[in-house]
Design a protein around this ligand. Structure first.
Ligand SMILES: Cc1ncc(COP(=O)(O)O)c(C=O)c1O
Length: 519
């Protein structure tokens, strides 16, 4: 059962908890817990899932020199073998459709099937970015309606919908800020990033060529206002604040921060990826924000990470709106939605900083987001943030007697409950709790992030979990916390019931084996 595979790699198979009673199976499977080889191990030369006659002669003589001389080294499988391989693999995966997915900062929530259905309508799903504009006017109208909603919900002046993810949106916002500073002849070199910001913020600022300076967090897990205002000066281009922040807390000094930044000639970038905690309740435009990305794939439908590429629209203040990237969908004076490309920009968007993406996209995500917004309505969206915050506080209060909650004394959290590993028995840590959750049948929470908390466990239950679902999760986490406090040795070796035991995650990260080679 634990034989090396053809690549010479010997997987460590979890000990069968019933091993003393049940004999090993000849196949290595355990009922529907199926062992699955790599597709290269399954395949054999000469097998094919397609039944297509080879084309006689040279189809395109001009391309003859590119004809493949040796067979391509792909595994040969029949169609049923391919289907079974991927279906078996999919059964080894944890998914939001199987149970709660408490991954903090990632907002893994149920996304209504209605949105999926609408995104698959041929008029949205099958359009091509190079189609003549007049043949996709319905898509432009849908995009413009989504833009109208995003502006109403954020209280901002304009929105750039082309960025393809949250971090891409951050880059877009910073490039708008740079263009605005250059336009006024005042290029600046520094971006201030508080410790409570998401990790992509300093990475994006550095990628955009800025010098990043950290602003410390207070003991209450929020931006140190005094340190931030003291550092503002003529070299500071922007402050980047994540709100709600990565400790799951609202930054209440946002207006004061914006006023101080603006007085110093700097812009305010807000990481709005956690907008699901405040949607329908707080409009970032009212807080003095100049640019903010929204992860459509966190707040407005589309499973985070599971549904293909993301979408990170950036809402902009009036000061930054002229610098937004192309292409843009805008309404003309008659209210008609239209696409603005470089050839139209001289009249309509002369100050645009340029282009970030080949095409406007992501139509599937725009459609899901618009469907989500329209089916919830303004009141429903307000309820979304209310439920997200309520569920997180329910988890926080239910566990604070067994898990250290460093900021619980600062008042209610937003959409995420944050715990630390303080109070665990000697030698026990966050990793043991996370591995124990796998045995309990849950995906682990986010661990060791944010960095400001030792052994952080960030739990985001999201608004779509029922009270019964939360109670089940809480009971499991409570039992693991108690075992961690008591130093239960069986927790140290968890998971026991997963197809594999603890993997060497450091080696996997440092020396990933991404190519299969037959030995
Ligand atoms: C607060 C925050 N900011 C930025 C990001 C980056 O978004 P993306 O993964 O779409 O680039 C995330 C991702 O979840 C996030 O939670």
């Amino acid at each position: 059962m634990n034989a090396p595979n053809r690549a010479g790699w010997r997987p460590e198979i979890a000990a069968d908890p019933c091993e003393d009673r049940a004999p090993p199976t000849a196949s290595g499977n355990r009922a529907l817990a199926l062992e699955e080889p790599l597709i290269f191990e399954l395949g054999a030369a000469g097998k094919c899932g397609l039944d297509v006659e080879p084309v006689p002669g040279e189809v395109l003589p001009a391309l003859a020199k590119f004809r493949r001389r040796a067979p391509v080294a792909l595994p040969g499988l029949t169609e049923p073998e391919v289907m079974r391989h991927y279906t078996r693999l999919s059964r080894q995966n944890y998914a939001i459709d199987l149970g709660p997915f408490p991954l903090g900062s990632c907002t893994m929530k149920h996304n209504p099937r209605l949105d999926e259905k609408l995104a698959r309508l041929a008029g949205f799903a099958d359009i091509h970015p190079l189609q003549p504009r007049q043949s996709v006017e319905g898509a432009f109208e849908a995009i413009a309606q989504l833009a109208d909603w995003l502006l109403a919900l954020t209280g901002m002046a304009s929105v750039a919908l082309s960025p393809k993810a949250g971090a891409h949106g951050e880059l877009c916002g910073l490039l708008c800020i740079r263009a605005a500073l250059e336009a006024r002849g005042d290029p600046r070199a520094v971006i201030l990033v508080p410790e409570s910001a998401h990790g992509t913020n300093p990475a994006t600022a550095a990628f955009a060529g800025y010098r990043v300076e950290n602003i410390p967090a207070t003991a209450a897990g929020r931006v140190d206002l005094a340190a931030l205002t003291a550092r503002l000066g003529p070299d500071v281009a922007a402050v980047m604040i994540t709100n709600p922040n990565t400790c799951g807390l609202f930054e209440p000094d946002m207006k004061t921060i914006s006023q101080a930044a603006h007085a110093a000639g700097a812009f305010v970038y807000c990481d709005g990826a956690n907008f699901n905690a405040i949607v329908g309740r707080v409009r970032p435009g009212d807080l003095g924000v100049d640019a903010m990305h929204i992860n459509l794939h966190k707040t407005f439908s589309t499973p985070h990470g599971g549904g293909g590429p993301g979408s990170g629209p950036v809402v902009l203040s009036a000061a930054l709106a002229p610098f937004a990237p192309l292409p843009l969908v805008r309404r003309d004076a008659a209210g008609h939605a239209t696409l603005i490309e470089e050839e139209d920009a001289a009249d309509t968007a002369p100050d645009s900083f340029g282009r970030m993406t080949a095409f406007h996209g992501q139509m599937g995500m725009f459609t899901r987001a618009l469907a989500y917004i329209l089916s919830h309505g303004a009141d429903g969206l307000r309820a979304v943030s209310g439920d997200a915050v309520l569920n997180a506080n329910y988890v926080l209060r239910a566990l604070e007697d067994v898990l250290d909650a460093p900021f619980a004394g600062s008042g209610p959290c937003m959409h995420e409950a944050l715990f630390s590993d303080a109070g665990m028995a000697e030698g026990f840590s966050t990793l043991d709790i996370a591995k124990g959750l796998i045995d309990e049948g849950y995906h682990p929470m986010t661990v060791y992030f944010p960095l400001v908390v030792h052994g952080a466990m960030l739990v985001e239950p999201t608004e779509t979990e029922s009270r019964a679902g939360l109670d089940g999760f809480i009971a499991s986490l409570r039992s693991l916390a108690e075992r961690g406090r008591a130093g239960d040795p069986a927790l140290k070796t968890a998971p026991h019931y997963a197809p594999r035991r603890r993997l060497d995650e450091t080696l996997a990260a440092r020396k990933p084996v991404l190519v299969w080679k037959e030995r």
